[in-house]
Design a protein around this ligand. Structure first.
Ligand code: FES
Length: 164
């Protein structure tokens, strides 16, 4: 005869199977929950804008600015460095992504001696006009992305780079 506080074989099997079933259910549900709330997390990340420079430092010549942003991927947060080519066009500020639209190399301003007033990608000789438009006949097939921006208290804030 079993003692009162002893776990019977049937109880042990019940506990074990319940535990394993619980783990399996959690394993199936977690990706679904994450998939459902991921757009909310991304939306939150997209709202952040970062102060990059004083507008008074900008000229008509594109200058490269590096800045750090908090990147949120699900529950994982990290700090990454991003760059932008920024210049003034009359009273407007233009902020372009340096990521080449061909295969993702970094473009530079005025480094091709034959085309000093264009952005140049050294990887496959891609070229872009000052406004970021891709030069026909060179590898890139789309213009450089443009950063979301705002000016507040004389400072330029940049958000996400968006395709045109
Ligand atoms: S990656 Fe820029 S031209 Fe190919």
């Amino acid at each position: 005869m079993a003692k009162k506080d002893e776990v019977t074989r049937r109880q042990f099997l019940n506990y074990t199977l319940t535990g394993v079933g619980g783990f399996m259910a959690a394993g199936m549900l977690m990706p679904m929950v994450r998939f459902a709330i991921d757009p909310l997390l991304k939306e939150k990340a997209g709202q952040d804008m970062v102060a990059v420079t004083d507008v008074s430092k900008l000229t008509n010549e594109p200058q490269r600015f590096d800045f750090k942003v908090q990147q949120v991927d699900g529950w994982y947060e990290s700090e990454v460095t991003q760059s932008a080519w920024v210049y003034k066009e009359n009273e407007d500020v233009v902020a372009l992504s340096p990521i080449c639209k061909h295969l993702g190399c970094t473009v530079n301003w005025g480094t091709d001696p034959a085309h000093p007033n264009q952005f140049f990608c050294p990887c496959h000789l891609g070229r872009y006009e000052k406004d970021g438009a891709n030069v026909p006949g060179t590898p890139p097939l789309a213009p450089l992305d443009v950063y979301e921006q705002k000016v507040e208290d004389g400072k330029l804030y940049l958000g996400k780079a968006k395709a045109r």
